[in-house]
Design a protein around this ligand. Structure first.
Ligand code: NAD
Length: 355
Protein backbone atom coordinates (compact mmCIF):
# COMPACT_ATOMS: atom_id res chain seq x y z
CA UNK A 1 0.00 0.00 0.00
CA UNK A 2 1.22 3.53 -0.73
CA UNK A 3 2.61 5.69 2.07
CA UNK A 4 0.20 7.99 3.86
CA UNK A 5 0.25 11.44 2.18
CA UNK A 6 1.33 14.28 4.44
CA UNK A 7 0.36 17.93 4.92
CA UNK A 8 3.14 20.55 4.60
CA UNK A 9 4.02 20.19 8.30
CA UNK A 10 4.27 16.40 7.96
CA UNK A 11 0.94 15.66 9.69
CA UNK A 12 -1.07 13.01 7.80
CA UNK A 13 -3.49 14.29 5.19
CA UNK A 14 -6.96 12.79 5.55
CA UNK A 15 -7.77 10.45 2.67
CA UNK A 16 -11.17 8.83 2.92
CA UNK A 17 -12.45 6.31 0.42
CA UNK A 18 -15.38 3.99 0.69
CA UNK A 19 -17.32 1.61 -1.52
CA UNK A 20 -21.07 1.46 -2.01
CA UNK A 21 -22.64 -1.16 0.21
CA UNK A 22 -26.18 -1.86 1.31
CA UNK A 23 -26.39 -3.16 4.87
CA UNK A 24 -29.38 -4.70 6.61
CA UNK A 25 -29.00 -5.41 10.31
CA UNK A 26 -31.47 -6.77 12.82
CA UNK A 27 -33.25 -9.78 14.20
CA UNK A 28 -34.83 -11.75 11.37
CA UNK A 29 -32.92 -9.79 8.68
CA UNK A 30 -31.99 -13.09 6.98
CA UNK A 31 -35.63 -13.26 5.85
CA UNK A 32 -34.87 -10.30 3.58
CA UNK A 33 -32.22 -12.19 1.55
CA UNK A 34 -34.65 -13.43 -1.16
CA UNK A 35 -35.91 -9.86 -1.64
CA UNK A 36 -32.32 -8.60 -1.88
CA UNK A 37 -31.56 -11.28 -4.48
CA UNK A 38 -34.58 -10.14 -6.46
CA UNK A 39 -33.44 -6.55 -6.12
CA UNK A 40 -30.20 -7.58 -7.83
CA UNK A 41 -32.15 -9.30 -10.60
CA UNK A 42 -30.79 -12.73 -9.69
CA UNK A 43 -32.35 -15.82 -11.25
CA UNK A 44 -29.78 -18.50 -10.35
CA UNK A 45 -28.35 -18.19 -6.86
CA UNK A 46 -25.38 -20.18 -5.56
CA UNK A 47 -25.55 -20.50 -1.78
CA UNK A 48 -22.09 -20.89 -0.19
CA UNK A 49 -22.54 -22.13 3.36
CA UNK A 50 -20.49 -22.93 6.42
CA UNK A 51 -21.28 -26.50 7.53
CA UNK A 52 -22.00 -25.41 11.09
CA UNK A 53 -24.70 -23.08 9.79
CA UNK A 54 -26.50 -25.94 8.02
CA UNK A 55 -29.86 -25.31 9.70
CA UNK A 56 -29.88 -21.62 8.75
CA UNK A 57 -28.65 -22.48 5.26
CA UNK A 58 -31.47 -24.99 4.82
CA UNK A 59 -33.99 -22.37 5.86
CA UNK A 60 -32.47 -19.81 3.49
CA UNK A 61 -32.37 -22.32 0.64
CA UNK A 62 -36.09 -22.98 1.13
CA UNK A 63 -36.84 -19.26 1.23
CA UNK A 64 -34.93 -18.68 -2.02
CA UNK A 65 -37.18 -21.29 -3.65
CA UNK A 66 -37.02 -21.36 -7.46
CA UNK A 67 -34.05 -19.00 -7.79
CA UNK A 68 -31.75 -21.32 -5.81
CA UNK A 69 -29.47 -22.97 -8.35
CA UNK A 70 -27.10 -24.90 -6.05
CA UNK A 71 -25.58 -25.08 -2.59
CA UNK A 72 -21.88 -25.40 -1.85
CA UNK A 73 -20.94 -26.44 1.68
CA UNK A 74 -17.47 -26.65 3.09
CA UNK A 75 -15.55 -23.42 2.63
CA UNK A 76 -12.11 -23.59 4.23
CA UNK A 77 -10.15 -20.84 6.05
CA UNK A 78 -7.62 -18.87 4.03
CA UNK A 79 -9.55 -19.68 0.82
CA UNK A 80 -7.45 -22.50 -0.69
CA UNK A 81 -7.66 -22.27 -4.50
CA UNK A 82 -8.48 -26.00 -4.77
CA UNK A 83 -11.75 -25.41 -2.91
CA UNK A 84 -12.49 -22.33 -5.03
CA UNK A 85 -11.83 -24.36 -8.21
CA UNK A 86 -14.28 -26.99 -7.01
CA UNK A 87 -16.92 -24.34 -6.27
CA UNK A 88 -16.23 -22.74 -9.68
CA UNK A 89 -17.33 -25.95 -11.36
CA UNK A 90 -20.73 -25.53 -9.70
CA UNK A 91 -20.84 -21.84 -10.70
CA UNK A 92 -20.20 -22.78 -14.33
CA UNK A 93 -22.57 -25.74 -14.37
CA UNK A 94 -25.42 -23.67 -12.96
CA UNK A 95 -24.48 -20.37 -14.65
CA UNK A 96 -25.02 -18.77 -11.25
CA UNK A 97 -25.66 -15.02 -11.39
CA UNK A 98 -25.46 -14.30 -7.64
CA UNK A 99 -23.42 -15.73 -4.78
CA UNK A 100 -24.94 -15.67 -1.32
CA UNK A 101 -22.30 -16.52 1.31
CA UNK A 102 -23.61 -17.60 4.71
CA UNK A 103 -21.07 -18.28 7.45
CA UNK A 104 -17.85 -17.03 9.02
CA UNK A 105 -14.89 -15.41 7.30
CA UNK A 106 -14.14 -18.65 5.44
CA UNK A 107 -17.53 -18.65 3.67
CA UNK A 108 -17.38 -14.91 2.96
CA UNK A 109 -13.85 -15.36 1.54
CA UNK A 110 -15.02 -18.08 -0.84
CA UNK A 111 -17.90 -15.84 -1.96
CA UNK A 112 -15.38 -13.08 -2.74
CA UNK A 113 -13.11 -15.50 -4.62
CA UNK A 114 -16.01 -16.69 -6.79
CA UNK A 115 -17.17 -13.15 -7.46
CA UNK A 116 -13.60 -12.14 -8.37
CA UNK A 117 -13.43 -14.92 -10.97
CA UNK A 118 -16.85 -14.31 -12.51
CA UNK A 119 -17.96 -10.76 -11.76
CA UNK A 120 -21.22 -12.01 -10.24
CA UNK A 121 -22.52 -9.89 -7.33
CA UNK A 122 -22.45 -11.14 -3.76
CA UNK A 123 -24.67 -10.99 -0.72
CA UNK A 124 -22.77 -11.74 2.50
CA UNK A 125 -24.62 -13.11 5.53
CA UNK A 126 -21.97 -13.29 8.29
CA UNK A 127 -22.35 -15.62 11.25
CA UNK A 128 -19.19 -14.58 13.14
CA UNK A 129 -17.61 -11.22 14.00
CA UNK A 130 -14.55 -11.61 11.72
CA UNK A 131 -15.47 -8.60 9.55
CA UNK A 132 -14.45 -9.87 6.10
CA UNK A 133 -17.85 -8.89 4.67
CA UNK A 134 -16.96 -5.21 5.18
CA UNK A 135 -13.63 -5.29 3.35
CA UNK A 136 -12.46 -5.17 -0.29
CA UNK A 137 -9.71 -7.65 0.62
CA UNK A 138 -9.28 -11.31 -0.31
CA UNK A 139 -6.60 -13.65 0.99
CA UNK A 140 -6.11 -16.86 -0.99
CA UNK A 141 -3.81 -19.84 -0.46
CA UNK A 142 -2.10 -21.70 -3.27
CA UNK A 143 0.67 -24.25 -2.77
CA UNK A 144 0.82 -23.39 0.94
CA UNK A 145 1.44 -19.67 0.21
CA UNK A 146 -1.13 -17.02 1.11
CA UNK A 147 -1.44 -13.91 -1.03
CA UNK A 148 -3.73 -11.00 -0.35
CA UNK A 149 -5.23 -8.57 -2.80
CA UNK A 150 -7.36 -5.48 -2.40
CA UNK A 151 -9.86 -4.24 -4.96
CA UNK A 152 -13.13 -2.36 -4.47
CA UNK A 153 -14.96 -4.98 -6.57
CA UNK A 154 -14.14 -7.67 -3.97
CA UNK A 155 -16.37 -6.13 -1.32
CA UNK A 156 -19.86 -7.66 -1.13
CA UNK A 157 -22.41 -5.11 -2.36
CA UNK A 158 -25.02 -6.29 0.13
CA UNK A 159 -24.48 -7.45 3.70
CA UNK A 160 -27.22 -8.91 5.85
CA UNK A 161 -26.44 -9.07 9.57
CA UNK A 162 -28.91 -11.14 11.58
CA UNK A 163 -27.98 -11.54 15.26
CA UNK A 164 -30.17 -14.65 15.45
CA UNK A 165 -27.60 -16.40 13.25
CA UNK A 166 -24.88 -15.75 15.84
CA UNK A 167 -26.69 -17.46 18.72
CA UNK A 168 -25.35 -20.87 17.70
CA UNK A 169 -21.74 -19.74 18.14
CA UNK A 170 -20.23 -21.67 21.06
CA UNK A 171 -19.05 -19.39 23.93
CA UNK A 172 -15.39 -19.86 22.97
CA UNK A 173 -15.97 -18.75 19.37
CA UNK A 174 -18.21 -15.89 20.51
CA UNK A 175 -15.46 -14.59 22.77
CA UNK A 176 -12.52 -15.04 20.44
CA UNK A 177 -14.38 -13.76 17.39
CA UNK A 178 -15.50 -10.64 19.30
CA UNK A 179 -11.89 -10.00 20.36
CA UNK A 180 -10.88 -10.48 16.73
CA UNK A 181 -13.30 -7.63 15.91
CA UNK A 182 -11.94 -5.56 18.79
CA UNK A 183 -8.44 -5.98 17.35
CA UNK A 184 -9.61 -4.29 14.10
CA UNK A 185 -10.87 -1.30 16.09
CA UNK A 186 -7.73 -1.14 18.25
CA UNK A 187 -5.35 -1.17 15.28
CA UNK A 188 -7.46 1.42 13.44
CA UNK A 189 -6.95 3.80 16.38
CA UNK A 190 -3.15 3.74 16.05
CA UNK A 191 -3.06 3.47 12.23
CA UNK A 192 -1.22 6.29 10.43
CA UNK A 193 -4.11 6.56 7.95
CA UNK A 194 -6.78 6.83 10.65
CA UNK A 195 -9.36 9.51 9.89
CA UNK A 196 -12.04 11.26 11.94
CA UNK A 197 -14.42 8.64 10.51
CA UNK A 198 -12.36 5.60 11.52
CA UNK A 199 -11.60 7.13 14.96
CA UNK A 200 -15.34 7.52 15.56
CA UNK A 201 -16.17 4.02 14.31
CA UNK A 202 -13.31 2.38 16.21
CA UNK A 203 -14.16 4.09 19.49
CA UNK A 204 -17.82 3.13 19.16
CA UNK A 205 -16.95 -0.45 18.14
CA UNK A 206 -14.60 -0.87 21.12
CA UNK A 207 -17.16 0.55 23.54
CA UNK A 208 -19.95 -1.67 22.20
CA UNK A 209 -17.83 -4.84 22.21
CA UNK A 210 -16.66 -4.41 25.79
CA UNK A 211 -20.19 -3.50 26.89
CA UNK A 212 -22.06 -6.26 25.05
CA UNK A 213 -19.59 -9.16 25.15
CA UNK A 214 -19.81 -9.88 28.90
CA UNK A 215 -23.63 -9.81 28.63
CA UNK A 216 -23.53 -12.24 25.70
CA UNK A 217 -21.14 -14.55 27.56
CA UNK A 218 -23.44 -14.50 30.61
CA UNK A 219 -26.45 -15.29 28.43
CA UNK A 220 -25.56 -16.43 24.88
CA UNK A 221 -29.22 -16.23 23.83
CA UNK A 222 -29.63 -12.56 24.85
CA UNK A 223 -30.57 -11.17 21.44
CA UNK A 224 -30.34 -7.42 22.18
CA UNK A 225 -26.75 -7.93 23.41
CA UNK A 226 -25.99 -10.16 20.40
CA UNK A 227 -27.34 -7.41 18.15
CA UNK A 228 -25.15 -4.79 19.82
CA UNK A 229 -22.11 -7.05 19.48
CA UNK A 230 -22.83 -7.68 15.82
CA UNK A 231 -23.30 -3.99 15.08
CA UNK A 232 -19.92 -3.42 16.75
CA UNK A 233 -18.37 -6.11 14.54
CA UNK A 234 -19.77 -4.27 11.52
CA UNK A 235 -18.14 -1.00 12.60
CA UNK A 236 -14.88 -2.82 13.36
CA UNK A 237 -15.00 -4.45 9.91
CA UNK A 238 -15.22 -0.98 8.33
CA UNK A 239 -12.16 0.02 10.38
CA UNK A 240 -10.33 -3.05 9.02
CA UNK A 241 -11.31 -2.02 5.49
CA UNK A 242 -10.27 1.61 5.83
CA UNK A 243 -6.98 1.58 7.72
CA UNK A 244 -3.68 -0.23 7.53
CA UNK A 245 -3.36 -2.83 10.24
CA UNK A 246 -0.19 -3.00 12.35
CA UNK A 247 1.82 -5.43 14.47
CA UNK A 248 -1.18 -7.31 15.86
CA UNK A 249 -2.46 -8.42 12.45
CA UNK A 250 1.06 -9.10 11.19
CA UNK A 251 1.73 -11.40 14.14
CA UNK A 252 -1.61 -13.15 13.69
CA UNK A 253 -0.89 -13.73 9.98
CA UNK A 254 2.70 -14.89 10.54
CA UNK A 255 1.86 -17.24 13.42
CA UNK A 256 -1.33 -18.50 11.74
CA UNK A 257 0.51 -19.13 8.48
CA UNK A 258 3.55 -20.79 10.04
CA UNK A 259 1.76 -23.04 12.52
CA UNK A 260 -1.72 -23.34 10.95
CA UNK A 261 -3.59 -21.92 13.95
CA UNK A 262 -7.26 -20.97 14.45
CA UNK A 263 -7.79 -17.36 13.33
CA UNK A 264 -10.03 -15.98 16.07
CA UNK A 265 -8.31 -17.75 18.99
CA UNK A 266 -4.97 -16.41 17.90
CA UNK A 267 -6.26 -12.83 17.69
CA UNK A 268 -7.85 -13.14 21.12
CA UNK A 269 -4.75 -14.35 22.91
CA UNK A 270 -2.40 -11.87 21.23
CA UNK A 271 -4.45 -8.72 21.73
CA UNK A 272 -3.65 -7.95 25.41
CA UNK A 273 0.07 -8.48 24.72
CA UNK A 274 0.11 -6.21 21.67
CA UNK A 275 -1.83 -3.55 23.58
CA UNK A 276 0.75 -3.67 26.36
CA UNK A 277 3.53 -3.38 23.78
CA UNK A 278 2.09 -0.60 21.61
CA UNK A 279 0.00 1.65 23.83
CA UNK A 280 2.93 3.46 25.51
CA UNK A 281 3.97 4.54 21.99
CA UNK A 282 0.42 5.47 20.93
CA UNK A 283 -0.88 8.02 23.44
CA UNK A 284 -3.87 9.17 21.35
CA UNK A 285 -5.07 5.61 20.82
CA UNK A 286 -4.46 4.88 24.51
CA UNK A 287 -6.58 7.86 25.58
CA UNK A 288 -9.42 6.98 23.20
CA UNK A 289 -9.42 3.32 24.21
CA UNK A 290 -9.31 4.15 27.92
CA UNK A 291 -12.38 6.31 27.39
CA UNK A 292 -14.20 3.73 25.22
CA UNK A 293 -13.40 0.80 27.53
CA UNK A 294 -13.94 2.85 30.71
CA UNK A 295 -10.71 1.52 32.18
CA UNK A 296 -7.14 0.51 31.48
CA UNK A 297 -7.25 -1.16 28.04
CA UNK A 298 -4.70 -3.87 28.89
CA UNK A 299 -6.61 -4.80 32.05
CA UNK A 300 -10.07 -4.69 30.43
CA UNK A 301 -9.08 -6.72 27.35
CA UNK A 302 -6.93 -9.08 29.45
CA UNK A 303 -9.90 -9.80 31.74
CA UNK A 304 -12.12 -10.54 28.73
CA UNK A 305 -9.48 -12.79 27.14
CA UNK A 306 -9.13 -14.72 30.42
CA UNK A 307 -12.81 -15.69 30.25
CA UNK A 308 -11.82 -18.05 27.41
CA UNK A 309 -11.79 -21.64 28.64
CA UNK A 310 -9.93 -22.87 25.53
CA UNK A 311 -6.26 -22.34 24.63
CA UNK A 312 -5.10 -19.08 26.20
CA UNK A 313 -1.37 -19.23 25.45
CA UNK A 314 0.61 -19.87 22.30
CA UNK A 315 2.01 -23.04 23.88
CA UNK A 316 -1.57 -24.34 24.33
CA UNK A 317 -2.03 -23.98 20.57
CA UNK A 318 1.04 -26.15 19.99
CA UNK A 319 3.43 -23.35 18.99
CA UNK A 320 7.01 -24.43 19.74
CA UNK A 321 8.95 -21.93 21.86
CA UNK A 322 11.98 -22.18 19.60
CA UNK A 323 9.84 -21.04 16.66
CA UNK A 324 9.04 -17.63 18.16
CA UNK A 325 12.23 -15.85 17.15
CA UNK A 326 11.76 -16.69 13.45
CA UNK A 327 8.22 -15.28 13.56
CA UNK A 328 9.48 -12.08 15.21
CA UNK A 329 12.15 -11.73 12.53
CA UNK A 330 9.67 -12.36 9.74
CA UNK A 331 7.32 -9.74 11.15
CA UNK A 332 10.18 -7.30 11.72
CA UNK A 333 11.19 -7.55 8.07
CA UNK A 334 7.74 -6.77 6.63
CA UNK A 335 6.73 -3.23 5.68
CA UNK A 336 3.70 -2.11 7.71
CA UNK A 337 2.93 0.76 10.03
CA UNK A 338 3.15 0.35 13.79
CA UNK A 339 3.41 2.97 16.53
CA UNK A 340 6.41 1.19 18.05
CA UNK A 341 9.21 -0.20 15.88
CA UNK A 342 8.88 -3.99 15.90
CA UNK A 343 12.51 -4.82 16.77
CA UNK A 344 13.05 -8.59 16.65
CA UNK A 345 14.32 -8.82 20.26
CA UNK A 346 11.35 -6.96 21.67
CA UNK A 347 8.79 -8.79 19.55
CA UNK A 348 10.36 -12.11 20.57
CA UNK A 349 9.92 -11.03 24.21
CA UNK A 350 6.27 -10.15 23.48
CA UNK A 351 5.74 -13.60 21.93
CA UNK A 352 7.48 -15.24 24.90
CA UNK A 353 4.95 -13.57 27.19
CA UNK A 354 2.07 -14.80 24.98
CA UNK A 355 3.66 -18.26 24.97
P1 NAD B 1 -14.45 -19.46 10.11
O1 NAD B 1 -15.25 -18.89 9.01
O2 NAD B 1 -13.53 -20.55 9.82
O3 NAD B 1 -15.43 -19.92 11.26
C1 NAD B 1 -14.87 -20.51 12.43
C2 NAD B 1 -15.63 -21.80 12.79
O4 NAD B 1 -16.88 -21.43 13.32
C3 NAD B 1 -15.91 -22.70 11.63
O5 NAD B 1 -15.82 -24.02 12.06
C4 NAD B 1 -17.36 -22.36 11.28
O6 NAD B 1 -18.02 -23.43 10.67
C5 NAD B 1 -17.94 -22.06 12.64
N1 NAD B 1 -19.06 -21.11 12.67
C6 NAD B 1 -19.19 -19.98 11.96
N2 NAD B 1 -20.32 -19.35 12.30
C7 NAD B 1 -20.92 -20.10 13.24
C8 NAD B 1 -22.12 -19.96 13.99
N3 NAD B 1 -22.91 -18.89 13.88
N4 NAD B 1 -22.44 -20.93 14.88
C9 NAD B 1 -21.62 -22.00 15.05
N5 NAD B 1 -20.48 -22.17 14.37
C10 NAD B 1 -20.12 -21.23 13.49
O7 NAD B 1 -13.59 -18.34 10.89
P2 NAD B 1 -13.75 -16.77 11.07
O8 NAD B 1 -12.95 -16.43 12.25
O9 NAD B 1 -15.16 -16.32 10.98
O10 NAD B 1 -13.01 -16.21 9.77
C11 NAD B 1 -11.65 -16.49 9.56
C12 NAD B 1 -11.33 -16.45 8.08
O11 NAD B 1 -11.76 -15.23 7.52
C13 NAD B 1 -9.85 -16.55 7.79
O12 NAD B 1 -9.68 -17.26 6.59
C14 NAD B 1 -9.45 -15.11 7.62
O13 NAD B 1 -8.27 -14.96 6.87
C15 NAD B 1 -10.64 -14.56 6.94
N6 NAD B 1 -10.82 -13.11 7.12
C16 NAD B 1 -10.66 -12.31 6.04
C17 NAD B 1 -10.84 -10.96 6.16
C18 NAD B 1 -10.69 -10.07 4.95
O14 NAD B 1 -10.87 -8.88 5.05
N7 NAD B 1 -10.36 -10.60 3.80
C19 NAD B 1 -11.21 -10.40 7.37
C20 NAD B 1 -11.39 -11.25 8.47
C21 NAD B 1 -11.21 -12.61 8.33
Amino acid sequence: MPAVPAQPDGAPLTVYETHPCRVLLGRGARGKVPGEAERLGARRVLLVETRSAAAAAGELAAALGGVLAARFAGPVVHTPVEVTDEAMRTVRATRADLVVALGGGAAIGLGKALSARTGVPQIAVPTTYAGSEATPVLGETAGGRKTTRRDPSLAPGTVVYDPELTVTMPPGLTLTSALNALAHAVEALWAPDATAVTDALAGEAAARITDALPRVLDDPTALPAREELQSAAWLAGICLAQTRMGLHHQLAHALGGTFDLPHAELHALLLPHVLEFNLPAAPRAAARLTQALRGDPVAVVGALARRHTGPGRLRDLGVPRDGLRAVAEEVGARPYPNPRPPAADEVTALLERAW
